[in-house]
Design a protein around this ligand. Structure first.
Ligand code: GLN
Length: 180
């Protein structure tokens, strides 16, 4: 099994090293041909508008949807895979949720919190200008913070509003891979 990591912006190398720790083959995805044969793709955090416009210019988002490639999106990645982003459809609307960008505040209001993740247990979440999930229509909420969902799965897709890669903890990546 080979997993792709979208290589446009963000903690690409951190995601890759976690996947390698798990013994998974990894491929950086920059263009459409890089999507051939992968079993899933990770979309790292960054600036969702930038990542989204490059993904659509290069046709990557369209192919992910056509081939139904399972996606794990973190932070900006979660924004892109949300069905509703402040009244507009996300670029790859795979999760039936509504999102408010920067809903936890600005960069200066970034924070960390211990979360209780279903099937994993305690996990340190790092929230950097994180999106706020304001509504979940379907899927499963795997973790919440202050009564708001911060980790949601729907089918094989997994969305996380925080950065699970920062401390090198591989358990959330492992959960994504185990479901593929
Ligand atoms: N606030 C950013 C956005 O809207 C996401 C921040 C992040 O990915 N850490 O794209």
């Amino acid at each position: 099994m080979e997993i792709g990591v979208l290589d446009i912006q963000g903690d690409v190398s951190e995601h890759i090293s976690i996947l390698e720790t798990l013994g998974t083959k990894v491929r950086k995805v920059r263009r459409i041909p890089d999507l051939d044969g992968i079993s899933g793709i990770i979309i790292p955090g960054g600036e969702s508008t930038v990542i989204g416009s490059i993904m659509s210019q290069r046709g990557i988002s369209k192919v992910i949807l056509e081939r139904r490639i399972p996606v794990m999106g973190t932070c900006a990645g979660l924004i892109l895979m949300s069905g509703n982003v402040e009244g507009e459809r996300g670029l790859i609307p795979l999760l039936s949720i509504t999102i408010k960008r920067n809903g936890y505040g600005s960069q200066r209001e970034s924070f960390e919190a211990d979360l209780a993740v279903k099937g994993i247990g305690k996990f340190r979440g790092v929230f950097i200008r994180a999106p706020l999930v304001t509504k979940v229509e379907s899927g499963e909420v795997l973790a919440s913070y202050n009564d708001k969902a911060v980790m949601i799965s729907e089918g094989k897709h997994l969305g996380v509003s925080f950065h699970p890669e920062i401390y090198g903890d591989s358990r959330i990546h492992s959960l994504f891979i185990d479901r593929l």
